[in-house]
Design a protein around this ligand. Structure first.
Ligand SMILES: [Mg+2]
Length: 398
């Protein structure tokens, strides 16, 4: 690799057939033929140190891998430990691609389909990839066909709705200053609020104030978290268009695919969605129907790298960018790896600062001049402070 591959702007989906999208999603994703011997999974243990969770995978040969579950492990642990982890024990981790699909069907787990099932599957996938990467001395990108970029461009957000427009713009200005980001995102509407704003006049005030404050060069994203029905989504979308907003995220409740499509059809501003989605068939529907112009799977919520590559490949078939949503500060780790080997990522990736994590890992995953460097050490590429790991206790989630 000589230079970083270009990132894709939002786009109207090229016409595709469902057969074409199915073929894109069905192509093999990851290969382990450089691992000559079986990597048999001996154990998967959930560890906790303070509010931080770690999932440790061990092979029968004594190799170890670690992943970093998001905070939802505090209540999803029974699904991880009772429904998902047992399926992987005794299996050859080199079969990971079929194991991820097998875990979905195992013991009727598909009846739990959604974030509650696919987060735990992702955490196991990450830990086994870390383990195999360490054995083979390969980074995540090396296992997924090779890196196409080493620096990942980011946008910053506050994630808040309790701020006045002035407070929000101040917060974002500080985040831009800290990170060097050239793009920001703020919340509009009230979050799944049936058209109500989080406080009277906040959206109407914030959008023009942000544009005036940051100037025309700043890339501005707006996220409604499913606040609107289709007519109100179209009205708000036209207002965002007027102020040059880059994309409009989740205009309608996440599972209301028809309403999302109606908003996208009526507007010129690109619509982004997918953070809650875990169904490859529903991703296929939104791509096939041009219901979104930016696809936003979350690598944790959607069940790991393998399933998220399948989504990105369907998006690529239609010429769409994939801009993963990230869950929690260490969601940044899986986002940067995904962006390192996925050709069709968007121009600005979601970023949440890792500064509050407490410095128990290296490298720190900080944004410098608007970019985060991808760790290149084997596996997930994080080195955990040995004292922190010693202080972590096995937990059944209590
Ligand atoms: Mg969102």
């Amino acid at each position: 690799m000589t230079s970083d591959a270009p990132c894709l702007p939002p786009a109207e989906a090229r016409p595709t057939t469902v057969e074409q999208l199915d073929r894109a999603a069905a192509r093999p994703v990851v290969r382990f033929d450089y691992l000559k011997d079986p990597v048999v999974v001996e154990s998967l243990e959930l560890l906790r140190n303070g509010k931080h969770f770690l999932l440790r995978a061990r092979s029968i040969d004594g190799a170890e891998g670690l992943s970093f579950p998001n905070g939802r492990a505090a209540y999803l642990y029974p699904i991880l430990l009772k429904c998902v982890a047992p399926y992987f024990i005794g299996k050859d981790a080199r079969d990971l691609e079929s194991l991820v699909d097998g875990a979905y069907v195992h013991a009727s787990n598909y009846k739990l389909a959604g974030l509650a099932l696919f987060n735990p599957i992702a955490w196991v996938e990450f830990a086994l990839l870390d383990l195999m990467g360490r054995i083979a001395n390969r980074s995540i990108a090396d296992m997924f066909g090779g890196a196409v970029r080493r620096r990942i461009p980011i946008y910053v957000a506050s994630g808040r709705r309790d701020t006045t427009p002035e407070e929000e713009v101040d917060l974002l200005a500080r985040r831009v200053e800290e990170t060097g980001a050239r793009a920001i995102k703020f919340k509009v509407g009230g979050r799944m609020s049936r058209n109500a704003d989080s406080m009277p006049g906040r959206t109407d005030g914030l959008v023009p104030l942000a544009r005036r404050t940051f100037g025309d060069a700043m890339v501005i994203h707006a996220d409604s978290n499913g606040s609107y029905d289709a007519p109100k989504g179209i009205e708000v979308g036209r207002f965002l268009e007027k102020h040059g907003v880059y994309f409009f995220e989740e205009p309608c409740p996440f599972d209301h695919l028809d309403d999302t499509r109606a908003v996208a059809d009526a507007l010129t501003i690109p619509v982004a969605a997918g953070e809650q989605e875990t169904s490859l068939r529903r991703f296929r529907w939104t791509i096939h129907h041009n219901a979104v112009q930016v696809v936003q799977p979350d690598v944790h919520y959607n069940g790991g790298f393998i399933r998220t590559v399948r989504v990105a490949r369907m998006a690529a078939e239609a010429g769409l960018p994939t801009t993963p949503h990230i869950s929690g500060a260490l969601g940044c780790l899986t986002m940067v790896h995904f962006a390192s080997f996925t050709p069709n990522i968007g121009e600005y990736m979601e970023y949440k600062s890792t500064d509050k994590e407490g410095g128990w890992f290296e490298p720190p995953l900080r944004s410098v001049d608007g970019y985060v460097e991808v760790p290149t050490a084997p596996g997930l590429g994080l080195t955990v402070d040995p004292a922190f790991l010693r202080g972590a206790r096995q937990t059944k989630g209590e």
